[in-house]
Design a protein around this ligand. Structure first.
Ligand code: PLP
Length: 376
């Protein structure tokens, strides 16, 4: 916030050029790519659209996986652009099933499917999809489809490797793990995605990669960038590397584990039913009898000024979500869980006390400081 609170400079001048070069290089280290990353003055949804219009043509078929609300929105967006979509249905309690994707691709002998779209961290459920396994399934099927991945709520919070995992377009946003206000979003691209761009026929202008990439080579943007957010991005990248990305990921894994320990002690259930898919970014909690989450959220907001995530669409009022991504530490987590535990009591929700104690036991145990990365 301090970095952003500065006069806006001329985005065609030399001072900006230094900043532009620095953030355009720095953001590659966060996506773990040697290729260019496009930076849009837009919310994450804009970068979803950019990923599709730059690589696909009208009527192309996208295989998408129903991990939850955000996957459903991305599918809707694709359809509004004139793409055909196919959903592999999910139960909103698991990440994507790489095997099911592989089997569908194997059956697609005419290679009608042009892209596989997967949400890495499904923010509506707290389930992480195994992106490396999805890529391997595409490879094992010998299928040429592009792999497009939404990392809006996992980038800089959960282990992610654009190049190593062979992702073609990675979509990111500023307001979650990057700790910035909303207003920036990203496309990390592969060589294969850049090649696809040459023949992709969906109309695009504002989102087009070609002219922007040419301007970016010199540190500039074709239209006015969100200059002040770029000051913030510069600071955020520095903060992430000062802590060390691996340490950042481990911190979020610990906070996820401590939160799950609290939920278990309360006698409640975590929505994500597959332990290897548990998220370091957030934990979704099922209400007893799957109702009353919004009344609980209201009591916690009114009494403690703490806003918990709501259940979205299919799980509305059935769950609440505890965010533990971004600029978050052990004590903010203990405070958060204390607010939830007091709220459960105030709202008369059937539960056992001792959740905060269980979380503190996890946080206090230095042996638990490193966790296996669920993302693989
Ligand atoms: C927040 C979020 C989005 C939507 O991003 P906007 O910035 O609101 O456009 C998309 N996907 C995921 C996984 C998200 O968490």
């Amino acid at each position: 916030m301090r970095a952003i609170d500065m006069p806006t400079i001329d985005h065609r001048g030399p001072t900006f050029q230094d900043l532009g070069k620095r953030v355009l290089a720095g953001i590659r280290t966060i996506f773990k790519t040697k290729n260019p990353v496009l930076i849009y003055p837009a919310s994450g949804t804009g970068a979803w659209e950019a990923a599709l219009v730059n690589t696909l043509s009208p009527g192309d078929l996208c295989l998408m996986y129903e991990t939850g609300h955000f996957a459903t929105l991305w599918k809707k967006l694709a359809e509004r652009l004139g793409l055909r979509t196919e959903f592999i249905e999910g139960d909103w309690r698991h990440g994507a099933d790489a095997k099911a994707i592989g089997e569908r691709l194997q059956a697609d002998t005419n290679h009608e499917i042009k892209a596989v779209c997967v949400v890495h961290n499904e923010t509506s459920t707290g389930c992480v999809s195994p992106i490396k396994a999805v890529r391997e399934a595409i490879g094992a099927a010998g299928h040429p489809a592009l792999l497009l991945v939404d990392t809006i709520s996992s980038l800089a919070s959960i282990d992610y490797r654009h190049d190593e995992w062979g992702v073609d377009v990675t979509v990111g946003g500023s307001q979650k793990g990057l700790m910035l206000p909303p207003g920036l979003s990203f496309n990390a691209v592969s060589d294969k995605a850049l090649k696809a761009q040459e023949s992709a026929k969906l109309p695009r202008s504002y989102w087009a990669w070609d002219e922007m990439l040419a301007a970016n080579e010199n540190g500039f943007f074709t239209y006015t960038p969100a200059t002040n957010l770029l000051y913030g991005l510069d600071a955020a990248i520095e903060m992430l590397h000062a802590e060390g990305l691996e340490n950042v990921f481990a911190r979020h894994q610990r906070h996820g584990a401590a939160t799950r320990a609290a939920v278990e002690a309360w006698g409640l259930e975590v929505l994500c039913a597959e332990p290897t898919h548990h998220s370091g970014s957030l934990t979704a909690v099922l209400m007893p009898d799957r109702k009353g989450a919004d009344a609980l959220r209201k009591i916690i907001l009114d009494r403690f000024d703490m806003s918990l995530g709501a259940g979205l669409s299919k799980v509305a009022d059935q769950i609440f979500r505890i965010g533990h991504l971004g600029d978050f530490n052990d004590l903010t987590l203990v405070g958060t869980l204390g607010g939830v535990e007091m709220g459960l009591k105030a709202a008369g929700v059937a539960h056992k006390s001792g959740g905060v104690d269980a979380a503190m036991a996890v946080l206090g145990d230095t042996e638990t400081a490193s966790y296996r990365q669920a993302a693989e």
